[in-house]
Design a protein around this ligand. Structure first.
Ligand code: PLP
Length: 376
C-alpha cells in the first residue's frame, strides 16, 4: 500500500474506532423526522405540476445548461427568476448559485480581503466557515449569540468588517438576536451577512424569512437563502444590492467556474416561490411545532430551546445518541443522530425536524417514544 493509501486507511480506522465513521445509507421508508423538507415541497405533486407547466413556456429548453453563466449557461428565465425572488424578499437584486455551499464560499471568500475582518458566531454552518477560510481576512469567532463578546471583537476589528450569522441555526434550531446584532453593526460600521437557510418558508410573511419578519431588510448587507430546505429544490440565492450582484458575477469563483444549474432546476425553484406566494404555510407549520413542544413540556428530556422546525434532544456522547436514533428507527421513526465533529464533542444529539406532512398522531408517537428513552 502506498503512503497516501495508508494515510486514508488510518484516518478511516481512527473514525471507526471512535464510532463516528460517516457512511452513506438509503434507509427504508420510515416516518420522516430528519429531512429538511419542512413544507413537503420535495414530495409535492402540485409543485411537480406547476413546474412542468412552467417548463413548457421555455422555448429553447435544454437538458443541461452547457456552460458557466458567463459563457453559454445563462438564460433570461434565470435572470427573471432572480429578480422575482429578490422582489419577494424586498431586496434590490439576487444572484443564484448552484447550492448554499457554493453561495457561501463564493460570497465570503470574494468579499473579504487581506486586512479585512470576519467575525462569525461559533455555530455558523461549515460553508460560511469555509468561505472565511478561503479569504485572506483576519478571522474571529464569538460565543453563540453573545452580544458582549461580539462587541469586544468589533472594537478591535480592522478594514471592512463582515459579521456572519444564521437567522435560525441549523443544528440548534434557535434564533440569532438579529435586531441587536444589526444595531451593533451600525454602531461599528460592520456589514451583517445572514444565512436564512432554515428560516425560508417557516418565518415571516409568506415564509419570507426572519429578516423580513423583523423588518430589517434595509439593514442587512447580504442574505443567503437556500432552496434545498423548505423549498424542496436545490440551489441558493445571495440577496443584496445590484452592485453586490455585479461584484459576485465578477469575483465569486464558485459562481464563475462552474456549469450553471439546468433550466428545469430553475423552473422548479420559480414554481416553489409561486407556491409560497399563493399560500402562507407559516401558521400550519407553527401548529406542528407548538404541538411537539406542548407534548414535550414538563418532561425531563434535555433540549435546546427552539421554536423552529429544528428540535434537539441532547446527549453528551456519541454512543448514546446513536443508540437513541437506532431505537427510534426500529419503531419506524426516521430520526438521525448528529455526532462530533459536525457538532462539538459532548454535544451529540438527535436532530428532529418537524414537517407539515407529519400528522399529529405521528408527532404524538415520536414524543411517546422519546419519553421511553434513557437520559442521564
Ligand atoms: C445554514 C446553512 N447554510 C448553508 C447550507 C448549505 O446549503 P446547500 O445544502 O444548498 O449547499 C446549509 C445546509 O446544509 C445550511 O444548513
Amino acid at each position: 500500500m502506498n503512503k497516501a493509501e495508508e494515510f486514508i486507511q488510518s484516518r478511516l480506522q481512527q473514525r471507526a474506532e471512535k464510532g463516528i465513521l460517516r457512511i452513506l445509507s438509503s434507509k427504508p421508508l420510515l416516518v420522516d423526522f430528519s429531512s429538511n423538507d419542512y413544507l413537503g415541497f420535495a414530495r409535492s405533486a402540485e409543485l411537480k405540476t406547476i413546474s412542468a407547466a412552467t417548463l413548457t413556456q421555455i422555448t429553447d429548453y435544454k437538458n443541461g445548461a452547457t456552460g458557466s453563466r458567463l459563457l453559454n449557461g445563462n438564460h433570461i428565465f434565470t435572470e427573471e427568476t432572480e429578480q422575482a425572488i429578490a422582489n419577494f424578499h424586498h431586496a434590490e437584486a439576487g444572484l443564484i448559485f448552484n447550492s448554499g455551499y457554493d453561495a457561501n464560499i463564493g460570497l465570503i471568500s470574494s468579499l473579504a480581503q487581506r486586512g479585512d475582518t470576519i467575525i462569525a458566531d461559533e455555530l455558523i454552518h461549515a460553508s460560511l466557515i469555509d468561505g472565511a477560510r478561503l479569504s485572506h481576512a483576519n478571522r474571529y469567532t464569538f460565543k453563540h449569540n453573545d452580544l458582549n463578546e461580539l462587541e469586544a471583537k468589533l472594537r478591535v476589528s480592522k478594514g471592512n468588517v463582515y459579521i456572519l450569522i444564521e437567522s435560525i441555526y441549523s443544528m440548534d434550531g434557535d434564533f440569532a438576536p438579529i435586531t441587536e446584532i444589526s444595531k451593533l453593526c451600525k454602531q461599528y460600521q460592520a456589514n451583517l451577512i445572514v444565512d436564512e437557510a432554515h428560516a425560508l418558508g417557516i418565518f415571516g410573511s409568506q415564509g419570507s424569512g426572519v429578516v423580513q419578519m423583523l423588518g430589517l431588510e434595509q439593514d442587512i448587507f447580504a442574505r443567503i437563502v437556500t432552496f434545498g430546505k423548505a423549498l424542496g429544490c436545490h440551489g441558493a440565492i445571495v440577496l443584496g444590492s445590484k452592485n453586490l450582484r455585479n461584484y459576485l458575477i465578477n469575483f465569486a469563483r464558485s459562481f464563475i467556474y462552474t456549469t450553471a444549474a439546468p433550466i428545469h432546476s430553475i423552473t422548479t425553484i420559480n414554481s416553489a416561490y409561486q407556491m409560497l406566494i399563493k399560500t402562507d404555510y407559516t401558521k400550519q407549520i407553527e401548529h406542528k411545532i407548538r404541538l411537539y413542544k406542548s407534548l414535550l413540556k414538563d418532561t425531563a428530556i434535555p433540549t435546546i430551546e427552539s421554536t423552529s422546525t429544528i428540535q434537539t434532544v441532547l446527549y453528551n456522547n456519541v454512543n448514546d445518541a446513536k443508540l437513541a436514533a437506532q431505537t427510534l428507527q426500529s419503531k419506524g421513526l426516521d430520526v438521525r443522530a448528529i455526532l462530533s465533529p459536525t457538532v462539538a464533542k459532548g454535544k451529540e444529539r438527535l436532530r428532529i425536524c418537524l414537517h407539515l406532512f407529519n400528522s399529529d398522531q405521528e408527532i404524538e408517537m415520536l414524543v411517546n417514544e422519546l419519553k421511553k428513552l434513557k437520559y442521564e
